[in-house]
Design a protein around this ligand. Structure first.
Ligand SMILES: Cc1cc2nc3c(=O)[nH]c(=O)nc-3n(C[C@H](O)[C@H](O)[C@H](O)COP(=O)(O)OP(=O)(O)OC[C@H]3O[C@@H](n4cnc5c(N)ncnc54)[C@H](O)[C@@H]3O)c2cc1C
Ligand code: SF4
Length: 480
Protein backbone atom coordinates (compact mmCIF):
# COMPACT_ATOMS: atom_id res chain seq x y z
CA UNK A 1 0.00 0.00 0.00
CA UNK A 2 2.85 2.34 0.91
CA UNK A 3 4.49 1.58 -2.47
CA UNK A 4 1.28 2.11 -4.45
CA UNK A 5 0.77 5.50 -2.79
CA UNK A 6 4.45 6.43 -3.30
CA UNK A 7 4.48 5.41 -6.99
CA UNK A 8 2.80 8.66 -7.97
CA UNK A 9 0.27 6.71 -10.08
CA UNK A 10 -3.31 7.73 -9.44
CA UNK A 11 -4.38 4.20 -8.55
CA UNK A 12 -7.53 2.95 -6.89
CA UNK A 13 -6.51 0.37 -4.32
CA UNK A 14 -8.66 -2.60 -3.33
CA UNK A 15 -7.60 -5.14 -0.71
CA UNK A 16 -9.08 -8.58 -0.19
CA UNK A 17 -8.67 -10.08 3.25
CA UNK A 18 -10.39 -12.27 5.74
CA UNK A 19 -12.50 -9.96 7.90
CA UNK A 20 -11.97 -11.82 11.21
CA UNK A 21 -11.08 -9.42 14.06
CA UNK A 22 -11.54 -6.40 11.86
CA UNK A 23 -14.32 -4.70 13.71
CA UNK A 24 -14.28 -6.42 17.07
CA UNK A 25 -11.52 -7.81 19.23
CA UNK A 26 -11.13 -8.38 22.98
CA UNK A 27 -8.90 -5.29 22.93
CA UNK A 28 -11.98 -3.16 22.25
CA UNK A 29 -13.11 -3.95 25.82
CA UNK A 30 -9.93 -2.43 27.25
CA UNK A 31 -10.21 0.68 29.46
CA UNK A 32 -6.88 2.21 30.59
CA UNK A 33 -8.12 2.57 34.20
CA UNK A 34 -8.94 -1.10 34.29
CA UNK A 35 -5.74 -2.58 32.88
CA UNK A 36 -5.14 -5.04 35.78
CA UNK A 37 -8.63 -6.53 35.48
CA UNK A 38 -8.44 -6.54 31.68
CA UNK A 39 -5.30 -8.69 31.67
CA UNK A 40 -6.59 -10.89 34.53
CA UNK A 41 -9.64 -11.73 32.36
CA UNK A 42 -7.48 -12.43 29.31
CA UNK A 43 -5.20 -14.72 31.36
CA UNK A 44 -8.27 -16.61 32.58
CA UNK A 45 -9.33 -17.07 28.92
CA UNK A 46 -5.85 -18.27 27.92
CA UNK A 47 -5.75 -20.83 30.72
CA UNK A 48 -9.18 -22.10 29.77
CA UNK A 49 -8.42 -22.53 26.08
CA UNK A 50 -4.67 -23.30 25.82
CA UNK A 51 -3.98 -26.75 24.44
CA UNK A 52 -0.32 -26.92 25.43
CA UNK A 53 2.13 -25.31 27.85
CA UNK A 54 3.63 -22.76 27.42
CA UNK A 55 0.74 -21.36 25.38
CA UNK A 56 1.69 -19.61 22.15
CA UNK A 57 1.85 -15.83 21.92
CA UNK A 58 -1.75 -14.66 21.67
CA UNK A 59 -3.85 -11.83 20.35
CA UNK A 60 -5.61 -11.05 23.64
CA UNK A 61 -6.21 -14.70 24.35
CA UNK A 62 -6.94 -15.80 20.79
CA UNK A 63 -4.18 -17.93 19.33
CA UNK A 64 -3.42 -18.20 15.65
CA UNK A 65 -4.20 -21.57 14.05
CA UNK A 66 -1.23 -23.74 13.14
CA UNK A 67 -0.67 -25.70 9.96
CA UNK A 68 -0.45 -29.43 10.62
CA UNK A 69 2.34 -31.55 9.15
CA UNK A 70 1.91 -35.31 9.75
CA UNK A 71 -0.68 -34.43 12.38
CA UNK A 72 1.71 -32.15 14.30
CA UNK A 73 1.22 -28.36 14.63
CA UNK A 74 4.12 -26.67 12.84
CA UNK A 75 3.82 -23.05 11.65
CA UNK A 76 1.18 -20.35 11.90
CA UNK A 77 -1.36 -19.84 9.19
CA UNK A 78 -3.00 -16.46 9.67
CA UNK A 79 -6.42 -15.74 8.39
CA UNK A 80 -6.86 -12.59 10.44
CA UNK A 81 -7.05 -9.01 9.29
CA UNK A 82 -3.55 -7.53 9.72
CA UNK A 83 -1.93 -10.97 9.53
CA UNK A 84 0.83 -12.11 11.84
CA UNK A 85 1.73 -8.56 12.84
CA UNK A 86 -1.16 -8.93 15.34
CA UNK A 87 1.05 -11.28 17.34
CA UNK A 88 4.60 -10.69 16.13
CA UNK A 89 7.67 -9.74 18.20
CA UNK A 90 8.30 -6.46 16.36
CA UNK A 91 12.07 -6.93 15.85
CA UNK A 92 12.93 -5.10 12.64
CA UNK A 93 16.34 -5.21 10.98
CA UNK A 94 17.65 -4.91 7.44
CA UNK A 95 19.37 -7.97 5.97
CA UNK A 96 23.13 -8.11 5.41
CA UNK A 97 24.68 -7.43 1.97
CA UNK A 98 25.51 -11.15 1.67
CA UNK A 99 21.83 -12.06 2.15
CA UNK A 100 21.13 -10.41 -1.21
CA UNK A 101 23.60 -12.56 -3.18
CA UNK A 102 20.84 -14.65 -4.81
CA UNK A 103 18.47 -11.68 -5.24
CA UNK A 104 18.02 -9.75 -8.50
CA UNK A 105 18.63 -6.54 -6.52
CA UNK A 106 21.34 -5.35 -4.14
CA UNK A 107 20.88 -4.12 -0.58
CA UNK A 108 21.80 -0.60 -1.81
CA UNK A 109 18.76 -0.65 -4.12
CA UNK A 110 16.50 -1.57 -1.22
CA UNK A 111 17.90 1.03 1.17
CA UNK A 112 15.52 3.91 0.24
CA UNK A 113 12.61 1.52 0.74
CA UNK A 114 13.93 0.34 4.11
CA UNK A 115 14.15 4.02 5.11
CA UNK A 116 10.60 4.78 3.90
CA UNK A 117 9.13 1.79 5.74
CA UNK A 118 11.08 2.56 8.92
CA UNK A 119 9.67 6.10 8.84
CA UNK A 120 6.19 4.74 8.21
CA UNK A 121 6.06 2.13 11.01
CA UNK A 122 8.51 3.80 13.46
CA UNK A 123 11.53 1.97 14.84
CA UNK A 124 12.77 2.22 18.41
CA UNK A 125 16.52 1.69 18.37
CA UNK A 126 19.94 3.20 18.68
CA UNK A 127 23.42 3.04 17.21
CA UNK A 128 25.26 0.16 18.77
CA UNK A 129 27.30 -2.92 17.81
CA UNK A 130 24.33 -4.46 15.96
CA UNK A 131 23.84 -1.43 13.69
CA UNK A 132 27.63 -1.20 13.35
CA UNK A 133 27.70 -4.77 12.01
CA UNK A 134 24.78 -4.12 9.65
CA UNK A 135 26.16 -0.68 8.70
CA UNK A 136 22.59 0.63 8.72
CA UNK A 137 20.50 2.23 11.44
CA UNK A 138 16.87 3.11 10.78
CA UNK A 139 15.89 4.21 14.29
CA UNK A 140 13.21 6.89 14.52
CA UNK A 141 12.61 6.80 18.30
CA UNK A 142 14.54 6.00 21.49
CA UNK A 143 15.38 2.34 22.03
CA UNK A 144 13.14 0.23 24.22
CA UNK A 145 14.45 0.27 27.82
CA UNK A 146 16.43 -2.86 28.63
CA UNK A 147 16.45 -4.43 32.08
CA UNK A 148 19.74 -3.92 33.88
CA UNK A 149 20.85 -7.55 33.63
CA UNK A 150 20.59 -7.39 29.82
CA UNK A 151 22.52 -4.11 29.67
CA UNK A 152 25.34 -5.65 31.65
CA UNK A 153 25.29 -8.84 29.57
CA UNK A 154 25.50 -6.72 26.38
CA UNK A 155 28.63 -4.99 27.70
CA UNK A 156 30.24 -8.29 28.68
CA UNK A 157 29.57 -9.99 25.32
CA UNK A 158 30.85 -7.02 23.33
CA UNK A 159 34.05 -7.06 25.40
CA UNK A 160 34.47 -10.84 24.84
CA UNK A 161 33.05 -11.17 21.33
CA UNK A 162 35.68 -13.42 19.70
CA UNK A 163 34.89 -17.14 19.88
CA UNK A 164 36.20 -20.15 17.92
CA UNK A 165 33.50 -19.90 15.22
CA UNK A 166 31.92 -16.46 15.56
CA UNK A 167 32.41 -12.78 16.29
CA UNK A 168 29.39 -11.72 18.34
CA UNK A 169 27.74 -8.30 18.05
CA UNK A 170 25.38 -7.45 20.94
CA UNK A 171 22.90 -4.56 20.97
CA UNK A 172 19.34 -3.51 21.69
CA UNK A 173 16.86 -5.07 19.27
CA UNK A 174 15.51 -2.43 16.85
CA UNK A 175 11.76 -2.80 17.44
CA UNK A 176 8.59 -1.51 15.81
CA UNK A 177 7.42 -0.20 19.18
CA UNK A 178 6.29 3.34 20.05
CA UNK A 179 8.65 4.63 22.75
CA UNK A 180 8.12 8.41 22.47
CA UNK A 181 6.44 9.27 25.76
CA UNK A 182 4.52 12.18 24.23
CA UNK A 183 2.66 9.85 21.83
CA UNK A 184 -0.68 8.42 23.03
CA UNK A 185 0.29 4.86 22.14
CA UNK A 186 3.69 4.92 23.86
CA UNK A 187 4.87 1.76 25.61
CA UNK A 188 4.31 1.86 29.38
CA UNK A 189 6.48 -1.20 30.03
CA UNK A 190 3.64 -3.30 31.44
CA UNK A 191 5.43 -6.41 30.15
CA UNK A 192 2.26 -8.04 28.73
CA UNK A 193 3.47 -8.15 25.11
CA UNK A 194 3.06 -11.95 24.88
CA UNK A 195 -0.65 -11.59 25.66
CA UNK A 196 -1.25 -8.61 23.36
CA UNK A 197 -0.46 -4.91 23.65
CA UNK A 198 -3.62 -3.12 24.79
CA UNK A 199 -2.01 0.26 24.05
CA UNK A 200 -1.21 -0.59 20.41
CA UNK A 201 2.43 0.31 21.08
CA UNK A 202 3.64 -2.52 18.85
CA UNK A 203 3.15 -1.80 15.16
CA UNK A 204 0.45 -3.86 13.44
CA UNK A 205 -0.64 -3.81 9.81
CA UNK A 206 -4.18 -4.10 11.17
CA UNK A 207 -4.08 -0.50 12.46
CA UNK A 208 -2.57 0.88 9.23
CA UNK A 209 -5.14 -0.86 7.06
CA UNK A 210 -8.06 0.05 9.31
CA UNK A 211 -7.05 3.74 9.23
CA UNK A 212 -6.73 3.65 5.42
CA UNK A 213 -10.15 2.03 5.07
CA UNK A 214 -11.74 4.48 7.52
CA UNK A 215 -10.44 7.49 5.60
CA UNK A 216 -11.56 5.98 2.28
CA UNK A 217 -8.04 5.61 0.85
CA UNK A 218 -8.62 1.96 0.00
CA UNK A 219 -11.59 -0.24 -0.76
CA UNK A 220 -11.89 -3.32 1.42
CA UNK A 221 -13.40 -6.58 0.22
CA UNK A 222 -13.92 -8.88 3.23
CA UNK A 223 -13.28 -12.05 1.36
CA UNK A 224 -10.38 -14.46 0.84
CA UNK A 225 -8.89 -14.94 -2.62
CA UNK A 226 -8.99 -18.42 -4.13
CA UNK A 227 -7.03 -17.93 -7.36
CA UNK A 228 -6.13 -15.52 -10.15
CA UNK A 229 -7.13 -16.06 -13.79
CA UNK A 230 -5.53 -14.34 -16.78
CA UNK A 231 -8.11 -12.21 -18.58
CA UNK A 232 -8.23 -9.74 -21.48
CA UNK A 233 -9.13 -6.90 -19.07
CA UNK A 234 -6.30 -7.72 -16.69
CA UNK A 235 -5.90 -10.44 -14.08
CA UNK A 236 -9.19 -11.65 -12.61
CA UNK A 237 -9.34 -12.26 -8.87
CA UNK A 238 -11.60 -15.19 -7.92
CA UNK A 239 -12.62 -15.12 -4.30
CA UNK A 240 -13.59 -18.08 -2.14
CA UNK A 241 -17.22 -16.92 -2.09
CA UNK A 242 -17.36 -17.42 -5.89
CA UNK A 243 -17.19 -13.74 -6.95
CA UNK A 244 -14.74 -12.47 -9.59
CA UNK A 245 -13.34 -9.02 -10.34
CA UNK A 246 -10.68 -7.79 -12.82
CA UNK A 247 -7.86 -5.38 -12.01
CA UNK A 248 -4.98 -3.86 -13.97
CA UNK A 249 -2.47 -5.18 -11.43
CA UNK A 250 -2.64 -7.72 -8.63
CA UNK A 251 -0.09 -7.82 -5.79
CA UNK A 252 -0.01 -11.04 -3.81
CA UNK A 253 0.81 -10.36 -0.16
CA UNK A 254 -1.21 -12.95 1.70
CA UNK A 255 1.82 -14.40 3.50
CA UNK A 256 4.03 -17.16 2.14
CA UNK A 257 1.62 -20.06 2.79
CA UNK A 258 -1.53 -18.47 1.35
CA UNK A 259 0.29 -16.85 -1.59
CA UNK A 260 1.76 -20.27 -2.46
CA UNK A 261 -1.70 -21.83 -2.32
CA UNK A 262 -3.25 -19.12 -4.52
CA UNK A 263 -0.39 -19.41 -7.04
CA UNK A 264 -0.48 -23.21 -7.19
CA UNK A 265 -4.22 -23.10 -7.93
CA UNK A 266 -3.74 -20.31 -10.48
CA UNK A 267 -0.83 -22.02 -12.26
CA UNK A 268 -2.46 -25.49 -12.07
CA UNK A 269 0.57 -26.76 -10.20
CA UNK A 270 0.13 -29.91 -8.10
CA UNK A 271 3.55 -30.00 -6.41
CA UNK A 272 7.04 -28.46 -6.49
CA UNK A 273 7.39 -25.41 -4.18
CA UNK A 274 9.62 -25.84 -1.13
CA UNK A 275 8.75 -23.80 1.96
CA UNK A 276 11.67 -22.71 4.13
CA UNK A 277 11.46 -21.88 7.84
CA UNK A 278 14.14 -20.95 10.39
CA UNK A 279 14.23 -23.34 13.31
CA UNK A 280 14.87 -21.97 16.79
CA UNK A 281 16.80 -23.42 19.72
CA UNK A 282 15.68 -22.06 23.10
CA UNK A 283 17.80 -22.27 26.25
CA UNK A 284 18.07 -20.48 29.61
CA UNK A 285 20.93 -18.28 30.86
CA UNK A 286 21.27 -17.65 34.59
CA UNK A 287 22.39 -14.20 35.73
CA UNK A 288 24.25 -14.48 39.05
CA UNK A 289 25.73 -10.98 38.79
CA UNK A 290 24.65 -8.15 41.07
CA UNK A 291 23.16 -6.41 38.00
CA UNK A 292 19.41 -6.88 38.04
CA UNK A 293 16.19 -4.90 37.93
CA UNK A 294 14.32 -7.64 39.78
CA UNK A 295 12.51 -5.19 42.04
CA UNK A 296 11.11 -3.09 39.21
CA UNK A 297 7.59 -3.72 38.01
CA UNK A 298 8.09 -2.12 34.59
CA UNK A 299 9.70 -4.06 31.80
CA UNK A 300 9.42 -4.69 28.08
CA UNK A 301 8.22 -8.26 27.55
CA UNK A 302 9.92 -9.04 24.23
CA UNK A 303 13.55 -9.02 23.02
CA UNK A 304 15.69 -7.02 25.46
CA UNK A 305 19.01 -7.92 23.83
CA UNK A 306 19.90 -9.05 20.31
CA UNK A 307 23.02 -10.92 19.24
CA UNK A 308 24.21 -11.27 15.66
CA UNK A 309 26.81 -14.02 15.49
CA UNK A 310 28.97 -13.42 12.41
CA UNK A 311 30.91 -16.48 11.19
CA UNK A 312 34.70 -16.35 11.28
CA UNK A 313 35.10 -19.58 9.28
CA UNK A 314 33.30 -21.47 6.51
CA UNK A 315 31.99 -24.20 8.86
CA UNK A 316 29.22 -21.99 10.21
CA UNK A 317 26.79 -19.32 9.01
CA UNK A 318 25.25 -16.16 10.50
CA UNK A 319 23.01 -16.64 13.54
CA UNK A 320 20.53 -14.33 15.22
CA UNK A 321 19.90 -14.77 18.95
CA UNK A 322 17.10 -12.91 20.74
CA UNK A 323 17.23 -12.69 24.53
CA UNK A 324 13.93 -12.43 26.42
CA UNK A 325 13.27 -11.70 30.08
CA UNK A 326 11.59 -14.25 32.32
CA UNK A 327 8.17 -12.84 31.40
CA UNK A 328 5.16 -13.11 33.74
CA UNK A 329 3.31 -14.79 30.88
CA UNK A 330 5.31 -18.03 31.31
CA UNK A 331 4.27 -18.31 34.97
CA UNK A 332 0.93 -16.58 35.13
CA UNK A 333 -0.47 -19.03 32.58
CA UNK A 334 0.77 -21.88 34.81
CA UNK A 335 -0.32 -20.99 38.35
CA UNK A 336 -3.95 -20.70 39.56
CA UNK A 337 -5.32 -17.15 39.18
CA UNK A 338 -5.82 -16.66 42.96
CA UNK A 339 -2.12 -17.36 43.67
CA UNK A 340 -0.71 -14.77 41.28
CA UNK A 341 -0.67 -12.02 43.93
CA UNK A 342 1.95 -14.09 45.80
CA UNK A 343 3.67 -15.84 42.88
CA UNK A 344 4.37 -12.57 41.06
CA UNK A 345 7.08 -11.56 43.56
CA UNK A 346 9.56 -14.43 42.96
CA UNK A 347 8.79 -14.28 39.24
CA UNK A 348 9.66 -10.58 39.20
CA UNK A 349 12.88 -11.27 41.11
CA UNK A 350 13.96 -13.69 38.37
CA UNK A 351 12.96 -11.32 35.55
CA UNK A 352 16.50 -10.58 34.35
CA UNK A 353 18.15 -13.30 36.41
CA UNK A 354 16.61 -16.06 34.27
CA UNK A 355 17.12 -15.02 30.66
CA UNK A 356 15.64 -16.96 27.73
CA UNK A 357 17.77 -17.19 24.58
CA UNK A 358 16.22 -17.95 21.19
CA UNK A 359 18.79 -18.82 18.51
CA UNK A 360 17.60 -18.72 14.89
CA UNK A 361 19.27 -21.11 12.44
CA UNK A 362 19.67 -20.46 8.76
CA UNK A 363 17.22 -22.12 6.37
CA UNK A 364 19.60 -24.85 5.16
CA UNK A 365 19.85 -26.16 8.75
CA UNK A 366 16.13 -25.76 9.45
CA UNK A 367 12.76 -27.27 8.63
CA UNK A 368 11.87 -27.27 4.94
CA UNK A 369 8.66 -28.64 3.43
CA UNK A 370 7.61 -29.81 -0.01
CA UNK A 371 4.26 -28.20 -0.83
CA UNK A 372 1.56 -30.21 -2.65
CA UNK A 373 -1.95 -29.18 -3.60
CA UNK A 374 -4.50 -31.82 -2.56
CA UNK A 375 -8.27 -31.33 -2.73
CA UNK A 376 -7.63 -27.65 -3.44
CA UNK A 377 -5.65 -27.10 -0.20
CA UNK A 378 -1.90 -27.05 0.36
CA UNK A 379 -0.35 -30.02 2.16
CA UNK A 380 3.22 -30.07 3.53
CA UNK A 381 5.72 -32.92 3.62
CA UNK A 382 8.86 -32.52 5.71
CA UNK A 383 11.97 -32.40 3.51
CA UNK A 384 14.64 -31.19 5.93
CA UNK A 385 15.02 -31.14 9.74
CA UNK A 386 17.33 -29.02 11.87
CA UNK A 387 20.68 -30.69 12.51
CA UNK A 388 22.18 -30.74 16.02
CA UNK A 389 25.56 -29.41 14.83
CA UNK A 390 24.50 -25.81 14.24
CA UNK A 391 22.83 -25.56 17.68
CA UNK A 392 25.84 -27.14 19.37
CA UNK A 393 28.27 -24.64 17.80
CA UNK A 394 26.01 -21.73 18.76
CA UNK A 395 25.73 -22.88 22.39
CA UNK A 396 29.45 -23.59 22.68
CA UNK A 397 30.36 -20.15 21.24
CA UNK A 398 28.01 -18.40 23.65
CA UNK A 399 29.52 -20.38 26.51
CA UNK A 400 32.97 -19.15 25.44
CA UNK A 401 31.76 -15.55 25.31
CA UNK A 402 30.24 -15.83 28.82
CA UNK A 403 33.38 -17.36 30.36
CA UNK A 404 34.62 -15.32 33.31
CA UNK A 405 31.24 -13.60 33.77
CA UNK A 406 28.47 -14.25 36.28
CA UNK A 407 26.16 -15.35 33.43
CA UNK A 408 25.86 -19.11 32.96
CA UNK A 409 24.31 -21.23 30.26
CA UNK A 410 22.42 -23.90 32.17
CA UNK A 411 23.41 -27.47 31.25
CA UNK A 412 20.05 -28.39 29.73
CA UNK A 413 19.28 -29.54 26.19
CA UNK A 414 18.01 -26.65 24.04
CA UNK A 415 14.31 -26.97 23.23
CA UNK A 416 13.85 -26.80 19.46
CA UNK A 417 10.86 -24.75 18.34
CA UNK A 418 9.27 -26.05 15.16
CA UNK A 419 8.96 -22.61 13.64
CA UNK A 420 10.21 -19.06 13.80
CA UNK A 421 7.20 -18.02 11.66
CA UNK A 422 9.75 -16.72 9.17
CA UNK A 423 8.44 -18.55 6.11
CA UNK A 424 9.80 -17.95 2.62
CA UNK A 425 11.11 -19.18 -0.69
CA UNK A 426 8.30 -21.13 -2.42
CA UNK A 427 8.41 -19.07 -5.67
CA UNK A 428 11.92 -17.58 -5.53
CA UNK A 429 13.41 -14.99 -7.85
CA UNK A 430 15.39 -16.90 -10.46
CA UNK A 431 13.79 -20.24 -9.44
CA UNK A 432 12.80 -22.82 -12.07
CA UNK A 433 9.17 -23.45 -10.99
CA UNK A 434 7.80 -20.23 -12.45
CA UNK A 435 9.73 -17.23 -13.79
CA UNK A 436 9.61 -14.46 -11.16
CA UNK A 437 10.96 -11.12 -12.39
CA UNK A 438 12.67 -8.48 -10.26
CA UNK A 439 9.30 -6.73 -10.02
CA UNK A 440 7.84 -9.98 -8.64
CA UNK A 441 5.79 -10.63 -11.81
CA UNK A 442 4.82 -14.31 -11.88
CA UNK A 443 1.82 -14.17 -14.25
CA UNK A 444 0.82 -11.29 -16.55
CA UNK A 445 -0.09 -8.39 -14.25
CA UNK A 446 0.33 -10.52 -11.09
CA UNK A 447 3.23 -9.65 -8.77
CA UNK A 448 4.47 -11.41 -5.64
CA UNK A 449 4.92 -8.86 -2.85
CA UNK A 450 5.74 -11.02 0.18
CA UNK A 451 8.43 -13.48 1.25
CA UNK A 452 7.33 -16.20 -1.21
CA UNK A 453 9.79 -14.75 -3.74
CA UNK A 454 12.76 -14.55 -1.33
CA UNK A 455 15.49 -16.90 -2.60
CA UNK A 456 16.04 -18.18 0.97
CA UNK A 457 14.57 -17.53 4.39
CA UNK A 458 17.09 -15.21 6.05
CA UNK A 459 18.24 -15.70 9.64
CA UNK A 460 17.62 -12.03 10.39
CA UNK A 461 13.97 -11.23 11.17
CA UNK A 462 12.44 -10.73 7.72
CA UNK A 463 9.47 -8.40 8.08
CA UNK A 464 11.19 -5.05 7.50
CA UNK A 465 12.60 -6.58 4.30
CA UNK A 466 9.16 -7.93 3.31
CA UNK A 467 7.74 -4.42 3.74
CA UNK A 468 10.60 -2.63 1.94
CA UNK A 469 10.63 -5.12 -0.91
CA UNK A 470 6.83 -4.94 -1.29
CA UNK A 471 7.15 -1.15 -1.59
CA UNK A 472 9.90 -1.49 -4.23
CA UNK A 473 7.86 -4.13 -6.10
CA UNK A 474 4.76 -1.92 -6.26
CA UNK A 475 6.71 1.11 -7.48
CA UNK A 476 8.66 -0.84 -10.14
CA UNK A 477 5.56 -2.70 -11.34
CA UNK A 478 3.53 0.49 -11.75
CA UNK A 479 6.30 2.49 -13.39
CA UNK A 480 6.88 -0.15 -16.10
C1 LIG B 1 4.71 -15.09 17.11
C2 LIG B 1 5.38 -14.41 15.96
C3 LIG B 1 6.44 -13.54 16.20
C4 LIG B 1 7.08 -12.92 15.12
N1 LIG B 1 8.06 -12.01 15.38
C5 LIG B 1 8.67 -11.38 14.37
C6 LIG B 1 9.66 -10.41 14.62
O1 LIG B 1 9.97 -10.09 15.76
N2 LIG B 1 10.27 -9.80 13.57
C7 LIG B 1 9.94 -10.12 12.28
O2 LIG B 1 10.54 -9.56 11.36
N3 LIG B 1 8.97 -11.02 12.01
C8 LIG B 1 8.34 -11.65 13.02
N4 LIG B 1 7.35 -12.56 12.75
C9 LIG B 1 7.02 -12.86 11.37
C10 LIG B 1 6.12 -11.76 10.79
O3 LIG B 1 4.97 -11.64 11.53
C11 LIG B 1 5.84 -12.10 9.34
O4 LIG B 1 7.08 -12.13 8.64
C12 LIG B 1 4.97 -11.06 8.67
O5 LIG B 1 3.79 -10.85 9.37
C13 LIG B 1 4.65 -11.53 7.26
O6 LIG B 1 3.84 -10.57 6.67
P1 LIG B 1 2.92 -10.90 5.43
O7 LIG B 1 2.08 -9.70 5.21
O8 LIG B 1 3.76 -11.42 4.33
O9 LIG B 1 2.00 -12.13 5.89
P2 LIG B 1 0.92 -12.21 7.05
O10 LIG B 1 1.32 -11.40 8.21
O11 LIG B 1 0.66 -13.67 7.25
O12 LIG B 1 -0.38 -11.51 6.43
C14 LIG B 1 -1.08 -12.09 5.38
C15 LIG B 1 -2.47 -11.49 5.29
O13 LIG B 1 -3.13 -12.08 4.17
C16 LIG B 1 -4.42 -12.54 4.57
N5 LIG B 1 -4.78 -13.70 3.75
C17 LIG B 1 -4.38 -14.98 3.92
N6 LIG B 1 -4.93 -15.75 2.96
C18 LIG B 1 -5.64 -14.95 2.17
C19 LIG B 1 -6.41 -15.14 1.00
N7 LIG B 1 -6.55 -16.36 0.45
N8 LIG B 1 -7.05 -14.07 0.46
C20 LIG B 1 -6.91 -12.81 1.00
N9 LIG B 1 -6.18 -12.57 2.10
C21 LIG B 1 -5.56 -13.62 2.67
C22 LIG B 1 -4.29 -12.90 6.04
O14 LIG B 1 -5.58 -12.87 6.67
C23 LIG B 1 -3.37 -11.78 6.50
O15 LIG B 1 -4.12 -10.64 6.81
C24 LIG B 1 6.66 -13.19 13.79
C25 LIG B 1 5.59 -14.05 13.56
C26 LIG B 1 4.95 -14.66 14.62
C27 LIG B 1 3.79 -15.57 14.35
S1 SF4 C 1 5.43 -3.58 27.47
FE1 SF4 C 1 4.59 -4.56 25.67
S2 SF4 C 1 2.38 -4.77 26.09
FE2 SF4 C 1 3.20 -3.28 27.57
S3 SF4 C 1 2.84 -1.29 26.60
FE3 SF4 C 1 4.93 -1.95 26.05
S4 SF4 C 1 4.72 -2.97 24.09
FE4 SF4 C 1 2.68 -2.84 25.01
Amino acid sequence: MNGLEASGVDAEITIFSDEQYFSCSPKDRYQPADIEQFYADVYADIKRTAVSYPPRKTFFGDSVPCQLVDGEARFFRTEMFGGQTNIWGGTVLPLTREDFEAWPISREELEPHYRAMADSIGIAGQRDRVSEFLQLDYSTAPAVKQLDGFKFLQGHINAHSETADYRIYAGTAPSAVETRSEVATSCVQCGECMVGCARDSIYSARSTLKQAIDRGAIRFVPSAVRSIRPNRDGPEVCSLDGKTESFSKVFLCSGCVATTEILMRSLNMSTGPVLQDNSIAQFPILNLSRHSDGRRDEYFGLTNLLLLMAPTNARVSLLQVQLYPNVDYLWRTLVPGWSWKIARHPVRWFRDRLIWARAYLDATASHQYLVTLENDRVVFTEKNRPGKDAFARCVSSLRQALRGSAFHLLPVKPVVAHTSAHLAGTFPYGGDLAPVGRDGQVMPGVHIADSSCFPTSPVISPTLTIMANARRTAIEALQK
